[in-house]
Ligand binder design. Sequence first.
Ligand SMILES: CC(C)(COP(=O)(O)OP(=O)(O)OC[C@H]1O[C@@H](n2cnc3c(N)ncnc32)[C@H](O)[C@@H]1OP(=O)(O)O)[C@@H](O)C(=O)NCCC(=O)NCCS
Length: 351
Amino acid sequence: MEITRIRSGHGNPAAIEALIPELLAFDTVINRASGLGEDFDPIPEELRHSLTSRSEYRATLTWIGRNHGDIVARGTADLRLTSNTDTAELWCAVRPDLRRRGLGAALLEQMESDLAADGRTALSTYCEIPESVRTADLRGAHLAAETGAGTLPVALPEVSFLSARGYGLAQIERCSVAPTATAAELDLEGSDEYVIETWLGPVPENRLDHVALLRRRMSTDVPGAEKYGGEESWDAERVRSSDAEKIAKGETMATALALLGDEPAGYTQVGFSAEQPEIGWQYGTLVIIDHRGHRLGARLKIANHRSLAEYSAVERVYTWNAVENSWMLAINDQAGFATWAWVGMWTKNLH
Ligand SMILES: CC(C)(COP(=O)(O)OP(=O)(O)OC[C@H]1O[C@@H](n2cnc3c(N)ncnc32)[C@H](O)[C@@H]1OP(=O)(O)O)[C@@H](O)C(=O)NCCC(=O)NCCS
């Protein structure tokens, strides 16, 4: 297998355009084999963005493995450039008919050595297991997450692969899905002073600092955050830049922000793309510690789903939560979510 590497924004533009359909076809094959469903098929603009975007805050590395000219394996690593510069979030996949021949191990080894050479030694990755696949093997041996909450069957290829490559199963997340229409029937009211604002699109100028503060807290104040790096540096300029990137890749963000007077108390965001307008993807949700205990998490999610149902074409929203985060799971149950898949979060330190 011949492995090449592209850093986002640094490839030859014509070569990248030619590569996109090939990678889309590869990623679609991988997703169809995973059993996660067509909602998880790759989005062309997201893929283009991961190859072409030039941001001062983040970069994506893409590795492509070919045999006789055909793509047989591919990997990605997301890098933060202004904070957590020793971390990388990676992922790799091998064409289903060519698995168990050492291609995955060869690709991952190359990725790790390139990342280590770049000072990226705190690695994290994930594997997504559909609910039906996990429940098909309840009697076999299971690997427990380091948090103590949740297990995955050892016999699954991804679990064996990552264990064999020295990754530790740090945490398990539940992926769940909710129809946005359900929110209209749910109780949004609270008998307190909090006000919830919702909007679609970029963060308004007068809320940039509020969102920057919440994004900063989001990187430290959720269960397990310390495993994937320290506090992220966020200011109004980075929020603007993040919004500009979303627009560039055809993604709209729906935000609900809770305020007590002018003080930010919590937020939740869902993104949807122009190419897949009926599907929403949950981004961060956070209620600041001082403001917990007012059902703000559920109220934010319900408000955001109502706004999506009213002002967008989004019909369903997928979300991910750490299984030990029982508060957020309860909030999601209240907001109408049902389990779709289980996600193993893995870490490895190259030191
Ligand atoms: C995980 C994945 C990349 C493995 O690719 P692969 O080319 O089949 O893996 P390799 O042949 O290099 O296997 C390396 C080791 O992993 C383990 N392994 C991989 N697949 C396994 C399986 N089906 N059963 C048991 N062990 C397995 C073995 O220890 C193997 O070494 P061995 O063959 O010497 O026993 C592939 O299954 C895949 O693309 N899955 C979907 C994508 C994904 O979930 N990626 C998550 C990881 S980032």
